[in-house]
Design a binder for this molecule. Structure first.
Ligand SMILES: [Fe+2]
Ligand SMILES: [Fe+2]
Length: 404
């Protein structure tokens, strides 16, 4: 029975039943009302009164049927809006703003979309990185867009139809280098994957960028494996020193220190290595796979440098922690061989191009120059982050002999 003075809002459900979604129309009608105000509902579904009674009890509304007038096939009911729906959202908070990440991500926002209205209750998200400044770089959204646009298909980006057709010892050298690259790419995949699992999704662009980085490394593993097996059915060797070097990367738990050691120091050095391999490739497939990987790596380095610089700008004392990470890693690796002779000698042979003594000398010198370029690059990046030149030179010299 209709009560109250203000004119009611009316909706006609026609023959739509609550089992077919009639509550959408009722909710829509109630949305504009305050608690205590009434909604008039008419409908022809024979079960309307019964089902609306149950629905209203569940949602905290009261319902009354219009008993006046002659019986008819049309039901007329009055819903008085309750408090329950409003109360449900009264404790809700926004998960930051849609446009920009919040400086502090609340674990109670859970996996809610950034900027969503989050109902109170529900489980907290068990993640470690909830402070924006500890994971962010302003370049992350642009880098993610670039990464998404630059994804390539390993099946078509490389011309796999051409057989390398190299002399056996040159092919051996290529297989050895590819084996080494795959090992390093696997570390480069696992580290961002691990960071991703502890990152609050409020920092969406960093999450997306790291996911793209993981996908990049997956493709690098594929193309280097494929090149290694192009003319052989066995991979090359894995030296204990190289594995020790990568283990010391995997063991770094801090987001920024891991990003710094992997991307600024390791992947930065790898861009020079991949460029060298591209320039000295003895066959077109080796040239193609190293060029594709080097392009992706440049993005990984760009985020690592920008993020580390962001942290060091916010907190200049962080430079001492970066320094400590390089020194700790150097100490851990003090007694390990670093880069295996197999890999080093293979690089020399590729640069030499033949077994003539004069060619080997040129190859040896080319690998020396490569190491100088790697050192210059590291010093440049360290200086960009904020290290004085002499300290940048010292830290670059402490970088692992394994390059990554
Ligand atoms: Fe890679
Ligand atoms: Fe990478």
């Amino acid at each position: 029975m209709r009560t109250g003075a203000s004119p009611p809002v009316t909706i006609d459900l026609e023959d739509l039943s609550l089992a077919e979604g009639a509550h959408l129309l009722i909710d829509r009608g109630l949305a504009g009302l305050r608690p205590g105000e009434q909604l008039e509902v008419t409908g022809a579904d024979p079960a309307l009164a019964l089902m609306l009674g149950a629905w209203c009890r569940e949602h905290g509304h009261r319902v009354a049927a219009d008993g006046d007038g002659p019986p008819s096939s049309t039901h007329r009911l009055w819903i008085t809006k309750g408090l329950k729906d409003d109360q449900r959202w009264s404790g809700a908070t926004r998960a930051g703003s849609a446009a920009l990440p919040s400086p502090h991500a609340d674990p109670r926002w859970g996996l809610a979309a950034r900027g969503a209205l989050v109902e109170a209750g529900g489980p907290e998200l068990d993640v470690r990185w909830v402070e924006k400044d500890l994971v962010w770089a302003d370049i992350a959204p642009a880098l993610y867009a670039r990464a998404a646009a630059a994804q390539w298909d390993p099946a078509t980006a490389v011309d796999w139809t051409a057989s390398p057709g190299l002399p056996a010892d040159v092919e051996d050298a290529v297989v050895q280098i590819m084996t080494y690259l795959v090992e390093n790419e696997q570390a480069a995949l696992m580290i961002p994957a691990r960071l991703l699992g502890s990152l609050h999704p409020q920092f969406r662009e960093v999450m997306q960028l790291l996911a793209a980085q993981v996908a990049d490394e997956a493709r690098h593993i594929e193309i280097f494996t494929r090149r290694a097996l192009a003319d052989r059915d066995q991979m090359g060797r894995s030296g204990a020193g190289g594995r020790a070097s990568l283990q010391s990367l995997l063991g770094e738990p801090d987001f920024t220190l891991a990003s710094f050691l992997l991307s600024v120091m390791g992947e930065g050095t790898f861009v020079d290595l991949l460029t060298f391999l591209h320039e000295n490739a003895p066959d077109p497939v080796t040239a193609q796979v190293t060029r594709l990987a080097a392009r992706d790596e440049a993005r990984h380095v760009a985020f690592g440098v920008a993020h580390t610089a962001h942290v060091a700008t916010e907190d200049p004392s962080f430079l001492a922690r970066l320094r400590g990470a390089v020194e700790r890693r150097h100490d851990v690796l003090r007694d390990s061989a670093g880069l295996s002779d197999d890999v080093y000698d293979s690089l020399v042979l590729l640069a030499a191009g033949s077994w003539e003594p004069a060619a080997i000398r040129r190859g040896w010198q080319a690998v020396q120059r490569l190491q100088e370029r790697m050192d210059e690059g590291r010093r440049r990046r360290l200086a960009f982050i904020g290290f004085p030149e002499d300290e940048a030179a010292e830290l670059s010299a402490l970088h692992t002999q394994n390059f990554m």
